[in-house]
Design a protein around this ligand. Structure first.
Ligand code: BGC
Length: 250
């Protein structure tokens, strides 16, 4: 039996957890999903995370993602979860809810970036990689030669007078009923701006819309290669499990 870890991905609609094979990045057994409690307060979410580890029969360390900035274990922003997360010591909260075992809490896109860089689309690629998750907003992860620089919030960078995520999140495509081609124009503007400032070697496109990559990646006009995420909806879970095992604790 290989090395195993446990990751939980807290999102606006669902809390998902699974046992992860840390040598292959594959899930071992089922992914357990419980709807995010409403309101998604820290205590309610911590109970849900504890319930998922209990259902999985896991008693070891746990990595948890949240959709916001985490520094020193403390949640600093809260996108799509209850605003009472801001200022919450998330590491202590989950640690208590999980009986005092080792816990790492990190940003959801950072976890996805770690997973993609280790096992997915960024595997065997050196240099600077930027993963972007296109969803309700845009999450970002920045990695250099496999090392994560946590808490980049590139989705909030202003691009031609508008926040990147207000220009090119996949929710913008839906809300304005844009064609893939027209939406790709907006994504290109965002990627070109990131290129001017960061000079990445690779972009990885994640989020649900990455499954339809053949419809929009060919329309992009930026310079740097853009590849679709490979792990799809398990990246957050896998990255969380990797982070706790590697002692990555932003
Ligand atoms: C948040 C990020 C998060 C992303 C995806 C953004 O609005 O600011 O922290 O990673 O949404 O959930």
């Amino acid at each position: 039996m290989g090395r195993h870890g446990f990751g939980v991905d807290v999102g606006g609609s669902g809390v998902k957890g699974a046992l992860v094979d840390l040598d292959t990045g594959e899930l071992v057994g089922d992914r357990i999903k419980i709807l995010t409690p409403q309101p998604s307060t820290p205590d309610a979410v911590a109970d849900t995370v504890a319930e998922i580890t209990r259902l999985a029969g896991w008693s070891g360390p746990v990595g948890v993602t949240i959709p916001g900035v985490v520094t020193g274990g403390i949640a600093r922003t809260a996108a799509n979860i209850d605003p009472s997360w801001i200022g919450t010591d998330a590491r202590a909260l989950f640690g208590d809810a999980l009986g005092g075992r080792a816990v790492t809490v990190l940003n959801d896109a950072d976890a996805a970036g770690l997973a993609e860089d280790t096992f997915g689309a960024g595997r065997d690629r050196r240099g600077l990689t930027i993963l972007l998750t296109f969803g309700t907003g845009i999450g970002s992860a920045l990695l250099h030669d496999g090392v994560l620089i946590p808490n980049t919030e590139f989705g909030h960078m202003e691009v031609h007078g508008k926040e990147a995520e207000h220009r090119a999140a996949s929710s913008v495509k839906e809300d304005h009923d844009l064609s893939y081609k027209d939406w790709a124009k907006q994504v290109s503007k965002v990627l070109i701006r990131f290129e001017e400032l960061l000079w990445p070697d690779l972009f990885i496109a994640g989020g649900g819309i990455s499954r339809k990559h053949d419809k929009w990646i060919p329309h992009l006009t930026n310079r740097t290669p853009v590849v679709p995420a490979a792990l799809r909806n398990t990246a957050g879970i896998v990255g969380a499990a990797l982070a706790v095992e590697a002692g990555i604790a932003p």
